[in-house]
Design a protein around this ligand. Structure first.
Ligand code: SF4
Length: 133
């Protein structure tokens, strides 16, 4: 009695069926709005799916974050391309943020990382080559 039942919605992808009105409007189901924190006045970007099966809606503020990540990624890979021009495959042990612990692993900003992890897999996209000399 009085016990609230909660359902994990993390894996949920279908929120029901909506009908397009004469004006071309649809109502976003309340569960979808609640789960995705979509509020009155929020802006959504409307994208056509590549397979033309329908539309994808993305919150504008989330799109800004995605664009920022994309921009950072591009700069990271551009930098890697530059340092990789000599044909060398860089790994964590070639990075200026790497502090060796032993032969196989080191410390990077307080996290243990493998010495031989390829620089393009850097989770922080922060690889910077060690200064020579
Ligand atoms: S910043 Fe990235 S590439 Fe550099 S040591 Fe840390 S995990 Fe490795």
């Amino acid at each position: 009695m009085g016990k609230e039942r909660r359902v994990c919605t993390r894996g949920r992808i279908v929120y029901g069926i909506v009908t397009v009105s004469e004006k071309g409007q649809i109502a976003i189901p309340v569960d979808a709005r609640r789960d995705l924190d979509i509020k009155t006045g929020d802006k959504l970007i409307v994208l056509k799916r590549k397979d033309e099966a329908g539309l994808t809606l993305i919150k504008l503020d989330k799109m800004d974050e995605l664009m920022l990540l994309l921009q950072e990624d591009e700069e990271f890979f551009k930098k890697l391309k530059e340092v990789g021009k000599m044909g060398k495959k860089y790994t964590c042990k070639d990075c200026k943020h790497y502090r060796p612990i032993d032969e196989t692993k080191g410390d990077c900003f307080g996290h243990e990382v493998p010495a031989d992890m390829p620089a393009e897999q850097c989770p922080a996209k922060a690889f910077e080559p060690k200064e020579e000399g």
